[in-house]
Design a binder for this molecule. Structure first.
Ligand SMILES: Cc1cc2nc3c(=O)[nH]c(=O)nc-3n(C[C@H](O)[C@H](O)[C@H](O)COP(=O)(O)OP(=O)(O)OC[C@H]3O[C@@H](n4cnc5c(N)ncnc54)[C@H](O)[C@@H]3O)c2cc1C
Length: 404
């Protein structure tokens, strides 16, 4: 790859170092841009449940030369079981069926993926942890950026890869309420001791409107996810104690292992909590500022698509900047044109996945349970689930990647 190209805009500030930010930093550095990443957390954030990398996103991973790292980090799940309140299995599914994956797709812990992308991009990229953007002023030839702790600096371009509650989006495009669509659900992920002795195995327990999942790929620790209806009045995003109280109250009726998992919650080193919401924007850029990943098109944390969309978005945005020799007007327009169909397909799928994952009431739960029990007697479970897997496969491949 040649780095001698002359660019109309060369210095790029990326806000957010999770999945989208480091993936973009990787490609921009490869193409010869000068990249700075600012992340508000004091260090790379671990945590989160396992995430899928599907379809063309696996091709992006391959083009990054990271297929081996991803394979090594793969959760390698053997499968899982839906269990009733006594822990009795209602249905047992193999790894691809429980994750609704197609051949070639993979699944990793979100924290592992963030670490792999950070390690692959850190050389030659300036990472600033523990800081964030407080103000952006666009001029004809650059963007003046103000930070919480660092001195102000001017960058040619600014990219908001700072997630569903993006500060860059709020500063440049407007308040979150304008772009957010809520499913009415919330999700929380914690790390707990693997006292259930799960070995690359997942357990799922549903009650009307709520679900708890636990899995482990390591001997010592496991991840638990709680999904539940979001109350009208949500705790402040920074108030972890109030969020934990809310989860404990919602699941106070217990059942199965819920009480034990809740007891472990205060000791979790990496508590994650958010509403199950989407972000929809008509335009992903304004002037010298563009948005990427969840900041631009969050499909919701329960969609199974967000990580793939962030990886593909980063590849196309960086590639179009290179193809346009850094001309942001051309590149940002091409980024949106090339990806719109793919993003829209995945937002639609993400909405359906997120809203149908949890049975809303007792009747729906009875139907879900009956179907799960029936699966046991079907010799071709894969065939029975094909109508569910096919649309995921289609959306995950709804774009052809250019070579830049
Ligand atoms: C800790 C954590 C746990 C997660 N767990 C899950 C999960 O269990 N299931 C799931 O589907 N998705 C989860 N997600 C979201 C998932 O990572 C994304 O949906 C997807 O990978 C797209 O990534 P992204 O980089 O666009 O956004 P995100 O992964 O949300 O990353 C945004 C990054 O920007 C940083 N940031 C936010 N505001 C600022 C600011 N003002 N200045 C600087 N940096 C800022 C955040 O700290 C974060 O590192 C989690 C995200 C995080 C950060």
């Amino acid at each position: 790859m040649t780095n001698t190209q002359q660019f109309a805009n060369k210095t790029v500030l990326i806000s957010g170092a999770s999945v989208a930010g480091p993936a973009l930093a990787f490609w921009l550095r490869e193409y010869g841009f000068t990249v700075t990443v600012v992340e508000q957390a004091p260090a790379l954030r671990e945590g989160g449940y396992k995430v899928d990398i599907r379809g063309v996103a696996m091709e992006v991973i391959d083009r990054m030369g990271l297929s081996n790292e991803i394979r090594k980090a793969s959760t390698d799940m053997r499968g899982g079981a839906w269990v009733d309140a006594n822990g009795k299995p209602l249905a047992t599914l193999g790894p691809d069926l429980i994750g609704l994956r197609s051949p070639g797709d993979d699944e990793v812990l979100r924290g592992d993926l963030a670490r792999i992308l950070f390690d692959a991009s850190k050389n030659g990229v300036e990472y600033r942890f523990g800081d964030s953007i407080t103000g952006l002023v666009e001029h004809a030839d650059g963007v003046e950026v103000h930070f919480r702790t660092a001195a102000p600096r001017v960058f040619d371009l600014v990219i908001g890869a700072d997630g569903m509650h993006s500060t860059v989006r709020r500063s440049v495009f407007g308040p979150e309420e304008r772009f957010a669509r809520h499913t009415g659900m919330a999700a929380c992920v914690i790390s707990v001791p693997n006292y259930l002795d799960l070995d690359h195995w997942e357990l799922l327990h549903a009650t009307p409107g709520k679900m708890v999942q636990v899995y482990s790929t390591q001997q010592a620790s496991a991840k638990a996810q709680f999904i539940f209806p979001a109350p009208e009045q949500l705790p402040d995003r920074r108030d972890i104690a109030a969020q934990q109280r809310l989860v404990a109250e919602v699941f106070a009726d217990g059942g199965w292992e819920v009480a034990n998992l809740l007891r472990a919650m205060p000791d979790s080193p990496d508590f994650y909590f958010d509403t199950v919401s989407q972000i929809h924007l008509e335009h992903w850029s304004r002037g010298r500022v563009a948005l990427l990943g969840d900041a631009a098109y969050c499909p919701s944390p329960l969609s199974g698509q967000g990580t793939s969309m962030a990886l593909v978005g980063a590849y196309v945005l960086a590639g179009e900047l290179r193809a346009a020799a850094g001309d942001h007007r051309v590149a940002f327009a091409a980024y949106q044109d090339r990806l719109r169909e793919y993003i829209d397909a995945n937002l639609t799928l993400g909405w359906n996945n997120a809203t149908q994952m949890v049975a809303g009431d007792a009747k729906a739960l009875r139907m879900q349970t009956t179907m799960l029990k029936m699966l046991r007697y079907l010799p071709w479970k894969g065939l029975a689930l094909r109508p569910i897997i096919k649309p995921i496969e289609k959306a995950a491949n709804a774009v052809r990647l250019r070579t830049y």
